[in-house]
Write a protein that binds this ligand. Sequence first.
Ligand SMILES: [Zn+2]
Length: 381
Amino acid sequence: MMVKVFKLLVKKAVRKTFRLFNLEIVRAASQDKAEYRPRKMRDALDMDGAGVDIYMYASPQDVLNKRKDFERKLKSGHYKLESFSCPICSNDQDWLPVVSSKEPPFFQWSVCKRCGLLQLNKRLSDKDLNSFYESGEFHEIISGGMDDHTRFFDERMQAFFFIDIFNKLGCDANKLKILEIGCGSGGVLFELKQQGAAVRGFDLDPHKIAYGKSHLREIEVGDALKMGDINYEDFNFVLISNVLEHLASPKKFLSSLSARIKDDNTKILIDVPNLEGSHNYSSRSFLNFLHISHLWYFTSISLERLLNASGLKVDNIFNRGQSMSLICSKSDAEMQNTNNSYSLTISSINYANYKLDKYNVELAIRKATALGATMCKTGGK
Ligand SMILES: [Zn+2]
């Protein structure tokens, strides 16, 4: 009897330890970021009804204050919205509107009918967008409530996706030299360094770098593409994670990156939200996937089209559900991507809308069926 009780206790303890272990590792590899975010951030997800959730990471109190400030600036004309042409094909008239925000001044997301890129084609002007980032307002509204420590942790978790990719490519992380552009607080690099990689990182946000410096010294404030002392051929990988979707001129950025890379030995690892996996994002609505600081939503085809137009070719694609990673290299060859990007974008949006609103679709079918039955009984009166 005693032995049985003892065995049971040991089993329970092992299970508990395993669960703790799982929390660290399995959730780190989870595709749902909200899984390991602190509770107060997840609460904010339910604040906005089914509207476009531009305040997703903020705590409720931060949200209320910062949202009011931001909306005041929009209403008073301090911030202005402008219409933009497509960054890939320069189209400025052939759009399929997808969604506008519920309240004025109506941010507008549309799909370019020529190249299939889903984009925020009515948005803050470039000048306002810069001020939105540089004043720290972006951080306060979008990541408000996410303290430095949590953000660093969040970045560290991201590193496990990249370590997994390096493994799949047969690369030993401890032999790699990695440069990250837009490294934030350097959490990803911190974790890669723990694996033995040689790292270097740049970010334009002095606050994030100042915090990260307390964890690793290899990061600094600056624009890595403008620094003459960086030899890109010294690195095996240039990491660009959660950057491209924020840039007003992604083609210009990628073209200058391509110009600085000498050959095939330096690969680029790009990580962006994945429109094809947007149905994984939220159980509530496709609209929650959209975000005012994300100017572009790529599918594998529209991103390849942008890369090809910038002197880069795609070597591998890793689908991680709501995000995707691409390995690219420099290419001087003229490339014409003629795949049907428009169709893929539309079917991704349609699928997400259907899957996430499945309950409402089924409810509507039930209502219609019941109405049909009533009409049959009453002869349609
Ligand atoms: Zn286009």
